[in-house]
Design a protein around this ligand. Structure first.
Ligand code: IMP
Length: 174
């Protein structure tokens, strides 16, 4: 049996989201940025962020395989769904739920930069720096989280817990 422990309550998430959105709105003033969400985890964050930003932004999604079943990752990143909107000369902001090893976003940023966007930045709601294997500059970070497997606010374990409004640690019970 697993026990959930709230580490970031929904009120704190909402507060930080407002701050992040204000910062991004200021930086993209007068632009029409293209937000690219990484499915599935980022869909909750993306939908909150794009409304809180409240500027004429467009959105698209990619899907990458990184984690297999459970908490372990295969280590190999594959593109399963590509962007549909052309990104050449666009101001692109990648929206990710969590950066852990950094492999997923490193792969995606390299892939997208090849298509010559006008600019390419990364926004991650959660950053787990203790897990980092490759360096990735994160332009906008919501929260730094501890070295633990977290669920909720779009993040899952085998497709469970995405619906939880708070960010939680899954504590294993014996
Ligand atoms: P990485 O940065 O390449 O290790 O992978 C990031 C992806 O792994 C995220 O988009 C999540 O889908 C998943 N991930 C990493 N850490 C966690 C976690 O603590 N909970 C749930 N998913 C996670």
């Amino acid at each position: 049996m697993d026990k959930l422990k709230v580490i970031i309550p929904k009120e704190e998430i909402a507060q930080r989201l407002t701050e992040l959105a204000a910062e991004i709105r200021k930086d993209y003033k007068g632009e029409n940025p293209l937000l690219i969400g990484v499915l599935k985890g980022s869909f909750v964050f993306m939908s909150d962020l794009i409304r809180a930003m409240n500027i004429p932004a467009e959105m698209d999604f990619v899907r990458l395989s990184s984690y297999g079943a459970g908490k372990e990752s295969s280590g190999k990143i594959k593109l399963i769904k590509d962007v549909e909107i052309p990104i050449k000369d666009r101001h692109v902001l990648v929206v990710e739920d969590i950066v852990d090893r950094g492999l997923t976003v490193r792969f995606l940023l390299d892939y997208l930069s090849f298509r010559k966007p006008a600019s390419l930045k990364l926004c991650a709601m959660f950053d787990k720096p203790s897990g980092r294997k490759v360096e990735v500059p994160i332009d906008y970070v919501g929260f730094t989280v501890p070295d633990a497997f977290v669920v909720g606010y779009g993040l899952d374990l085998d497709e469970k817990f995405r619906y939880l409004p708070d960010l939680c640690i899954l504590e294993e019970q014996n």
